[in-house]
Write a protein that binds this ligand. Structure first.
Ligand code: SAH
Length: 350
């Protein structure tokens, strides 16, 4: 699809160079534009006063420089901030800013909904949306941070709305731009494990960190939770991960949502550890975040059960951590993103 008035936020410096070549007389103009829009965070061409009036006019005619509109911003008691963006065609998307001491993690979205319909996920409950463009992905970061600066205290996780591996090319374009400021090592892609896309990802010259949503130790339960498992079952997924190229010292994160009475028993912990034997992984346990949109059985285990699960996985020789719940009072926790500014109580019944 050809956007008649495309945004440039998805462009790395090199892409900007080739896109804007016909417009500029000197190549340093590209650097001026790059600095102005990313590092100074200027959002209107007429404000980039280092450029001639004529150039600004021509650029403004052909390229958009506006960002998605922030239509809602909710701050949690714990400092987590959820942003609701409206995109140029009216689609909406959410991103979450999570402060962690002197660090910060931005949880950004790759699609404006999700077609995968995982039973524990509110985004899936609301259904499919469209793929975001690389510009729309980068713009979430710019809108939250104001401007880009080289830094080593910011982490980016593609754990917001959508399945990044169903939109891999745009996600790739966004990452190539974002890595001008943020290291590849501080970016994580989370996926249910779309195998053909994982194969493409494995062939990238450089790769972000990988997190895989597993959530059950057998196909029967995984398919019940995640219909996509019927297409890409556990055995094939784990076999693929066994050969996945990792930099030295790096591990794949295995995400496992703990659901009370469903996948949280000591036997499940042992079965999970057995599945992951000989894989270079660490396990991140996520006590389920309940939501009025989800089925009633979708509740987390009590804390001691979570700890017992973690201990059992660790006793089997794996590294296991429990993800802290952040921002749940503003529906910003994992799996709660929906991009509707409506109150949860008015959700239609499932
Ligand atoms: N589609 C990708 C990324 C989006 S979700 C994926 O599935 O990995 C990021 C993480 O939040 C995933 O591990 C997802 O399974 C988890 N999640 C979804 N709903 C949740 C909920 N209600 N409580 C806790 N974690 C949830």
């Amino acid at each position: 699809m050809k956007d008649e008035n495309p945004s440039l936020y998805g462009c790395s410096r090199e892409e900007l160079r080739s896109r804007l070549k016909p417009y500029v007389d000197r190549s340093y103009r590209i650097d001026q534009i790059h600095t102005a829009i990313f590092e100074h965070g200027i959002r209107r061409w007429d404000r980039i006063t280092t450029l001639s009036r004529d150039l600004r006019r021509r650029l403004a005619r052909d390229f958009r420089l506006d960002r998605p509109e922030v239509v809602d911003r909710r701050e949690s008691k714990d400092g987590t901030v959820k942003h609701l963006f409206r995109l140029s065609d009216g689609a909406s998307v959410e991103a979450v800013d999570i402060p962690e001491g002197d660090r910060r993690t931005l949880c950004i979205s790759s699609q404006s909904g999700c077609p995968l319909a995982c039973r524990f996920c509110v985004t899936g409950y609301w259904g499919a949306g469209r793929n975001l463009t690389s510009s729309e992905i980068v713009a979430q970061v710019l809108a939250i941070c104001g401007r880009m600066e080289a830094q080593d205290s910011l982490n980016l996780v593609f754990m917001g709305m959508g399945e990044p591996l169903l939109n891999l090319e745009e996600v790739r374009g966004a990452i190539e731009t974002l890595t001008e400021w943020i290291s590849w090592r501080r970016i994580t892609l989370s996926t249910v494990g779309i195998l053909p896309a994982l194969e493409r990802l494995a062939a990238w010259e450089r790769r972000p960190n990988l997190a895989v949503s597993l959530h059950a130790p057998d196909d029967e339960r995984r398919s019940e939770l995640m219909p996509v498992n019927r297409r890409y079952p556990l055995g094939e997924l784990l076999e693929f991960l066994r050969g996945y190229p990792l930099e030295r010292g790096r591990k794949i994160t295995i995400e496992y949502v703990l659901i009370r009475g469903f996948n949280d028993s000591p036997e499940d912990a042992s079965a999970l550890a057995a599945l992951l034997r000989n894989l270079r992984v660490k396990v991140n346990l996520i006590p389920l975040n309940p939501d009025p949109a989800l089925d009633e059985e979708m509740v987390p285990p009590e804390a001691p059960r979570v700890e017992a699960f973690r201990d059992r996985v660790e006793a089997a020789g794996l590294v296991a951590t429990v993800r802290a719940r952040r921002g749940d009072d503003v529906s910003a926790a994992c799996g709660q993103l929906r991009a509707f500014d409506r109150e949860p109580r008015s959700f239609p019944p499932r």
